[in-house]
Design a protein around this ligand. Structure first.
Ligand code: ATP
Ligand code: MG
Length: 360
């Protein structure tokens, strides 16, 4: 059994939504563009697209939102509809298995409606092809009948705006990507932006928090509003049970220590990977599978769950020879890196003398 053995199934720092998130997120979602924090570039560009459409009195171009989980794609799609004063229909790629599913949705849209298609990269091929035509010509061909007797009946659609969301823009076929008039790439949030997210959510949850408390939570939230909101709820619990309910920096730090989220947002699995890399393998290079065995995890888990954030934080690097730790990793775990070895054999005293004489 590995000294690092533990269950990470319910990671508090995962960016994916869990059941509790889904239940409370609706309440914490900003409703209008002005309330949406950060993502300055996307916000400004989108604001222009929406204002222009409003001015022209027509539906705006189709919008694609891409970026990692928990950064606000669903939130922005709802904001788009709200800003346009339009109804919104919500569905997702995996929910559309047959072209017929999509035809049913498209043909029931009203003029100017916003169709939010989450996880658009996971749509089936036939549905995708139907979507091309719908996006471009506001038309679909509905196939009636089967086999040689099947006929395509063209169906006009009212103008609508498709808002697609994807965590993997690279997986979208170019013909689909090209049919979006505007693409917003969401970036991880800066700590100061997350601090505002935490402060705003605390106000909505009726929790008292001081700026340092909000900053403490923000710094551990891995650039992701969803994680910030989740950590805030756990800190709130702690503040209410162990203290008077007010969140200060000290309370936030204590609470998140209980949940094993460290000052940089690393959790137990992240730290186990780093710890093994540093203590057992001297900082690497070490192969992924060896590292995974050392922490008692599947290689896949280490690679997909722990490493992306460690790489992003500049704590670990993937090289052709294996995983290596950076200087920042040693500092973060409070360890001293081994002395860098001098190149080649250490010269004997006499040789050094000779060398010095030659140089002089
Ligand atoms: N800019 C923001 N300002 C304030 N809160 C935000 C912002 N962006 C996201 N949030 C909050 O973060 C949570 C997650 O956002 P959202 O569901 O929109 O993410 P997502 O990108 O759709 O994630 P996924 O890829 O998992 O679908 C929501 O509760 C929302 O309130
Ligand atoms: Mg979403």
């Amino acid at each position: 059994m590995s000294p690092y053995d533990f269950d990470h199934a319910d990671r508090i720092v995962t960016a994916a939504a869990d059941g509790e998130d889904q239940a409370v997120e609706a309440a914490l979602r900003p409703k209008l563009l002005d309330e949406f924090i950060g993502q300055e570039r996307v916000r400004e560009q989108l604001s222009l697209v929406l204002q222009a459409a409003r001015k022209r009195g027509s539906a705006p171009d189709h919008v694609l939102l891409s970026g990692p989980p928990g950064l606000g794609k669903t939130t922005l799609s709802m904001i788009i509809a709200a800003e346009l004063n339009a109804p919104i229909r919500i569905t997702s790629g995996p929910a559309i298995q047959h072209a017929g599913d999509l035809a049913a949705i498209l043909s029931s849209l009203t003029e100017g409606e916003v169709l939010f298609l989450d996880e658009i990269h996971r749509m089936s091929r036939p549905a995708e092809e139907m979507l091309y035509m719908a996006m471009e010509d506001f038309r679909v061909d509905v196939i009636v009948g089967k086999g040689p007797g099947a006929t395509a009946i063209p169906l006009e659609l009212p103008p609508f705006t498709l808002v697609g969301a994807t965590t993997r823009a690279g997986l979208l076929p170019p013909p689909l990507r090209d049919r979006f008039g505007f693409t917003g790439h969401m970036e991880f949030y800066a700590p100061a932006e997350l601090q505002r997210v935490v402060h705003r959510s605390a106000t909505l949850l009726d929790v008292e928090i001081d700026p340092a408390g909000a900053a403490e939570i923000a710094g551990r939230s891995r650039g992701t509003p969803r994680i910030a909101n989740r950590l805030l709820r756990r800190v709130r619990d702690y503040a209410q049970v162990r203290h008077d309910g007010v969140i200060t920096q000290e309370i936030a730090a204590q609470a998140l220590q209980v949940y094993e989220v460290d000052a940089r947002g690393l959790d137990r699995l992240d730290r186990a990977v780093l710890d093994a890399l540093l203590r057992l393998f001297g900082g690497g290079p070490v192969g992924l599978s060896t590292l995974a065995v050392a922490v008692g995890e599947e290689a896949e888990t280490v690679e997909e769950v722990a490493e992306p954030f460690l790489v992003r934080e500049g704590l670990l690097a993937r090289t052709p020879r294996g995983r290596i730790a950076t200087a920042a990793a040693w500092t973060h775990l409070g360890l001293t890196p081994p002395q860098t070895q001098p190149r080649g054999p250490v010269p004997a005293q006499g040789e050094l003398f000779d060398g010095a004489r030659d140089a002089g």
